[in-house]
Write a protein that binds this ligand. Sequence first.
Ligand code: ARG
Length: 465
Amino acid sequence: MAKAWGGRFQKETAPLMDDFHSSIHFDYRLAEEDIRGSIAHAKMLGDTGIITRSEADTIIIGLKRILEKVKAGQISWDPSAEDIHMNVEQLLIREIGELGKKLHTARSRNDQVALDTRLYLRTEISALQTIFQKLFQVLLKLAEREQATIMPGYTHLQRAQPVLLGHHLLAYFEMFRRDYQRLEDCLKRVLISPLGSGALAGTGIPIDREKVAAELGFSGITGNSIDGVSDRDFVIEFISVASLIMMHLSRFCEELVLWSSMEFGFVEMDDAYSTGSSIMPQKKNPDVAELIRGKTGRVYGNLMAILTVMKGLPLAYNKDMQEDKEALFDTVDTVKGCLTIFIPMLDTLSFNRARMLEATKDGFLNATDLADYLVKKGLPFRTAHAVVGKLVKYCLDNGKRLEDLSLKEFQKASSLIGEDIYQFLKIEKVVEVRNSVGGTGFAQVRSEIEKASSWLESIKHYNKG
Ligand code: ARG
């Protein structure tokens, strides 16, 4: 097949060359976006009189027919036509004849590919946001159910202070909420149309860029044609957001892997989301969580790949930029795939409340509260810290918990300690008093749940509207 750009060439391209530089084996995924972009472009060409209206109509009818065939999986892509843009153009010429050759008026593949990628990301960002809403629902449901479940909170993976499981789950809600908002923000810069930038310098043909942008639902147009075709910040931004999403998922998964170990025993995964061992009959492995943790590496890899591709590129378009697509597609597939399975896995977890509570008993999780008690009695915190530290050491030496100490033993350490101390050392009390805004106290967690629910309602309405 003769190349669309073959006029100045005297030789065919080497078959090896076709294989090497063609992108159709992955950018066929932009077919719908490419056709929709072309329909809008053709419409503008007709409306502005650059081609006649009836020419535009015929082109649009042809493109719509191709779109139907794409959707029905009836197209076989031609690698010698290089990429999705030239494949569609070739199909159009086959469909409507010579007139199809007018479609590429005042357009370059350079602005076209930037447009297609932006259209693709718009769809995928909105699909991800829908998945996120399900995640929020499940997290909130669990937080509500576990709002009174006491577990050890950790720092340095050492037992630190008791917290509510609901509170711990809501920490992830906050992370994913930021991710959701970052997607929203990223979308603002995705929804700017580069079409009309031409190859790099704009065009002398009197196009209407705003019209195409509005037709496609973009909120504006790029302001500089050189930047319009050479900018891939929006791809990088998206993959960075995806990397953060994966990092959050991965931390959550790491905890679930730990918590499902016999050593912790805090959680059991549903059989439907676990696997066994080919040799050890007793095994139940948290593969989903491990795989999500593992796939985080792929997404970080994609981020590094695109950042590295872009770092040394002179303006404007360079073929290197074709390397953005596989990284982007793989990122979208990975993040969507991970979130999609993570949600039901999370939803079907069974938490072992007794075991969690039991784990708060050892490890002096109420030591800070004893120090706070002394502070309320007037002791400077640093002094109180030292008094309690000594008491902890005494307990360790004598195999006791703080609440096992007699009043006499307490008073040997500090005469400020009275009978009421036992009340303050109870684990429920230790949780209850942490009522600072955003703290783990029962009342705080309840209000956190309420605030999170109304936020979730607000984004649902926003998305509908
Ligand atoms: N397949 C190309 C890409 O993905 C499309 C743009 C090609 N432009 C060019 N001047 N060769 O980047």
